[in-house]
Design a protein around this ligand. Structure first.
Ligand code: TA6
Length: 310
């Protein structure tokens, strides 16, 4: 079983303008779409589209829990929510014009999670997760969520000896590396935060790989560099007409673990994930991708082993 954990989920409001977005101007919206928000929930949605059994675990605000549940149910995502009283899930605003230069994302902070709900999550993990399971933790920590609580969650998973994958940033990423989780996916910004001194990317990534066995350096539309089982792969993403890049990284993670679950090699899984992620970028909301299109895009994805670096 795959579990995803989204500690700070959102409801994405995608606002479309006809004219290019501009500062010091009233950018008039002509269309609005509501979509699932939060990185782990997007991973769960991707796995669900690939028919991989999974459960999305998330804290949610009690106030608009029904709207939130409906979004999940419309997308057939199996979930277990830990409801926080007197709060509502945050909203993420995704601004889109027709310039095909990507989206602009503005996120609310989210709500504070109570100790009681944190303990409920821990209890759930203790009783449900098994060694053969994979747990994917994605997205930001809720405001005021202590690092010690994040450590609690990772410690439980470590004890279970399941596969633990973290697509997180800042102090959550630092902790995940120190606790030697199985997988991380830093981007350029996150790498800079981890290594302010600025050695070469490959040197920095190799250092991370000494603690974390699977490291994927995400380079957006350029693709990724993957450190896997003593090998380094450069994955060149296929070029597509960009509509909305929001959620592309989440589709990548979902497709990667989905393909592994179906028995693909890491190389095949990386290629498939690049195809799915590129397909996502061509869609206007934050979670859709097309499997047929992804399979075609896979044929345009090139992957090479970088030799002589290790
Ligand atoms: O990756 C896209 C997304 O999941 C959006 O749906 C959005 O709500 C946001 O990321 C949340 O990211 P954060 O890092 O704030 O948890």
């Amino acid at each position: 079983m795959i579990y995803t954990i989204t500690l700070n989920p959102a409801i994405d409001h995608i606002l479309f303008t006809k004219n290019p977005l501009e500062k010091r101007k009233n950018n008039r919206m002509y269309k609005k779409e509501i979509d699932l928000g939060g990185k782990g929930l997007h991973v769960s949605h991707t796995l669900t589209c690939l028919k991989i059994p999974n459960v999305a675990l998330a804290f949610a605000g009690e106030r608009n829990a029904n709207t939130f549940k409906k979004i999940l149910e419309d997308k057939s995502v199996d979930y277990e929510l830990f409801l926080e009283k007197k709060t509502a899930p945050r909203i993420t605003y995704v601004l889109m014009d027709q310039a095909e230069e990507g989206s602009l994302m503005v996120t609310e902070h989210g709500f504070q999670v109570s100790r009681q709900n944190h303990e409920k999550l821990c209890q759930y993990l203790k009783s449900a997760v098994k060694t053969e399971d994979t747990v994917i933790l994605s997205g930001s920590l809720p405001p005021g969520y202590p690092v010690t609580w994040w450590e609690d969650v990772l410690s439980i998973l470590k004890e279970k000896q399941c596969t633990t994958a973290c697509d997180v940033s800042g102090k959550a990423l630092k902790t995940a590396i120190a606790m030697e989780v199985d997988f991380i996916k830093p981007n350029e910004q996150e790498l800079k935060e981890l290594f302010p001194a600025g050695e070469q990317d490959l040197t920095q990534l190799r250092k991370l790989n000494q603690k974390v066995p699977y490291v994927i350096f995400s380079k957006g539309s350029e693709g990724s560099t993957a450190f896997i089982e003593g090998k380094i792969f450069n994955v060149h993403a296929p070029k597509v007409k960009e509509c909305n890049d929001t959620g592309a990284g989440d589709v990548f993670v979902g497709a990667l673990f989905g393909a592994r679950e179906k028995g693909s090699s890491w190389k095949e899984a990386l290629t498939f994930a690049a195809g799915c992620s590129a397909s996502k970028v061509t869609k206007s909301n934050s979670s859709d991708f097309d499997i047929e299109e992804a399979n075609t895009l896979c044929l345009q994805t090139s992957i090479q082993e970088v030799k002589g670096v290790y």
